[in-house]
Design a binder for this molecule. Structure first.
Ligand code: PXL
Length: 248
């Protein structure tokens, strides 16, 4: 069983954040550990509030795991503040795991800002080069690339730009679900080749937390040693089944 650590925020409704990450790890047969960066109060319909955890306590949560368990992979979600981004960035410089997946969470699905603007700038400028794979949605990809995205060609251009900013990153996977296309299509760029992942159906009901679930599943498959294009295909399949089963 692979050991995987998620560094992310808490969502009491369990749809997103640490709770969703741990459920995904467990379902896919990995052993999950967590370090909580922020507490949120929210449900699928409404966001109430967010309180960041201090960096000393975040780093101690991480240390309590890393000094005891070897990690096959780390998944990073909501970081929230510039101080947290810098602190976790320093932690990543110690090469704590062979795979680090970043889901660059900026807003909740209900529209609340979860990472402050200085945190976002820091994510882009100092954090990206320290991760293996980044999995932005369209809005996050626009912010990270500083480009507008209205088509799949724009997604490709933004993925290339994010790849450039993340000097040394292995892959950029942009989730296209928020684009008004008939078949929601994701784009993977690994520095040399492109892969498109199209869904045949657009499900009517939007489900909260799918970004967290996708990146957690991707982390499990990468931790198992699967090549990135195949791991992404498996993770997409997993989250698609999950969305289908949450339509009623
Ligand atoms: O889905 C993004 C996300 C990630 N992490 C936490 C969240 C959310 C969205 O609401 O609350 C803790």
């Amino acid at each position: 069983m692979k050991n995987i650590l998620t560094i992310a925020g808490s969502d009491p409704s369990g749809g997103a954040g640490v709770q969703a990450d741990l459920a995904t790890f467990q379902y896919l047969g990995a052993r999950g550990f967590s370090a909580i960066t922020a507490l949120t109060a929210q449900n699928e319909d409404r966001f109430f509030s967010l309180n960041s955890i201090g960096t000393t306590l975040i780093r101690e949560q991480i240390r309590s795991i890393t000094e005891r368990y070897p990690l096959a992979a780390i998944k990073i979600g909501l970081l929230g503040t510039e101080q947290t981004v810098l602190s976790i960035g320093r932690f990543l410089e110690t090469s704590p795991a062979p795979v680090v997946v970043l889901d660059p969470v900026i807003r909740s699905s209900t529209g609340s800002l979860l990472t402050d603007p200085r945190g976002v700038a820091c994510l882009r400028e100092v954090f990206l080069p320290k991760v293996t794979v980044v999995t932005p949605n369209i809005d996050e990809a626009e912010t990270l690339s500083r480009m507008q995205i209205q088509s799949i060609d724009d997604m490709r251009a933004a993925a290339e730009q994010i790849f450039r900013i993340g000097r040394g990153i292995k892959g950029v996977y942009i989730k296209g679900g928020h684009l008004e296309t008939d078949e929601p299509t994701d784009v993977l760029f690994d520095g040399t080749s492109w892969k498109l992942y199209a869904s045949k159906i657009r499900y009517p009901k939007k489900v909260h937390g799918t970004g967290c679930i996708f990146s957690s599943a991707l982390t499990v498959f990468l931790a198992e040693g699967m090549p990135l294009p195949e791991a992404a295909a498996r993770a997409k399949e997993y989250v698609t089944d999950w969305i289908a089963s949450h339509q009623s």
